[in-house]
Design a protein around this ligand. Structure first.
Ligand code: NAD
Length: 246
């Protein structure tokens, strides 16, 4: 079972933003991390950290997910937690050319990816007596916004996937939870950051009046992956500066 802080962790979408902050936090707190990302260039920077083993690959494939958990066992001798965090936007208007192809890709990365991640990780977590699965959803899975239907659909499905997986795995000692970040300064919001007027307009709508730093999301991931959350499964932890409350 979960007796101490996670010692071996797989993080996907590890080369940037929230995933990268999570890798840094887990390493600081003594874990070995398999860092998975399809962006090989930025992944190299993360791989410079001690106790980080990089894996270049696409999370929408079975191969990447199986290789990631196998590497954890090979390099660090087990598996305590997985953070299924890789995700993309890119919704096109419903009737725009290529809209369904874009939606297929969003669903493949944001939903199929975590499904494959759960399938690959669960047997190893079980073999180690239990563990934690944390999935990065979004406040966009709890509500909808103009022009982001495919992303909203993928994250909404992910939140209910987590509930279902939590029920199916509860008796095996595997907890499954979602993080729902609000607006966070990562590459996803790079365009917004370059526009001070738009930034100020968005920040006025957030009760805490600012975007989150990736590290503030990583702290919540850490909590859900740690024994401090030993009685928490099937939930979505909203980390949004009060956005969802307002
Ligand atoms: P980011 O773009 O900085 O990081 C995402 C990382 O995932 C990138 O390094 C990218 O290369 C990687 N990735 C994308 N597709 C992949 C694939 N198919 N296989 C492997 N790696 C892949 O963005 P972020 O904001 O850190 O996003 C992390 C998660 O947080 C995503 O699931 C995103 O939907 C979610 N999220 C972000 C925000 C926000 O405001 N930044 C808000 C809510 C939810």
């Amino acid at each position: 079972g979960e007796t101490g802080a996670p010692r071996v962790v797989v993080v996907t979408g590890a080369a940037s933003g929230i995933g990268r902050a999570a890798v840094e936090l887990f390493v600081e707190r003594g874990a070995g991390v398999v860092a998975v990302d399809h962006d090989e260039r930025t992944l190299k920077e993360v791989a410079r950290l001690d106790r980080v083993v990089p894996l270049a690959g696409d999370v929408s494939t079975e191969e990447t997910n199986h290789t990631a958990v196998a590497l954890a066992v090979e390099e660090f001798g087990g598996l305590d937690a997985v953070v299924l965090n890789a995700g993309i936007g890119g919704t096109r208007p419903f009737e725009a050319p290529g809209a369904i192809e874009a939606a297929d890709r969003i669903l493949a990365v944001n939903l199929r990816g975590p499904i494959l991640g759960i399938q690959a990780a669960a047997p190893l977590l079980r073999a180690g007596g239990g563990g934690a699965i944390v999935v990065t959803a979004s406040v966009a899975g709890l509500r909808a916004d103009p022009g982001t239907w495919a992303y909203n659909a993928s994250k909404g499905a992910l939140i209910n996937l987590v509930r279902a997986a939590a029920i199916d795995y509860a008796t095996q000692g595997i907890r499954v939870n979602a993080l729902a970040p609000g607006l966070t300064w990562t590459r996803i919001n790079a365009g917004v950051r370059q526009d001070p007027v738009l930034t100020a307009e968005i920040e006025r709508r957030i009760p805490l009046q600012r975007f989150a730093e990736p590290r503030e999301q990583a702290e919540a991931i850490w909590f859900l992956a740690s024994p401090a959350a030993s009685y928490i499964t099937g939930t979505t932890l909203v980390v949004d500066g009060g956005l969802d409350a307002s």
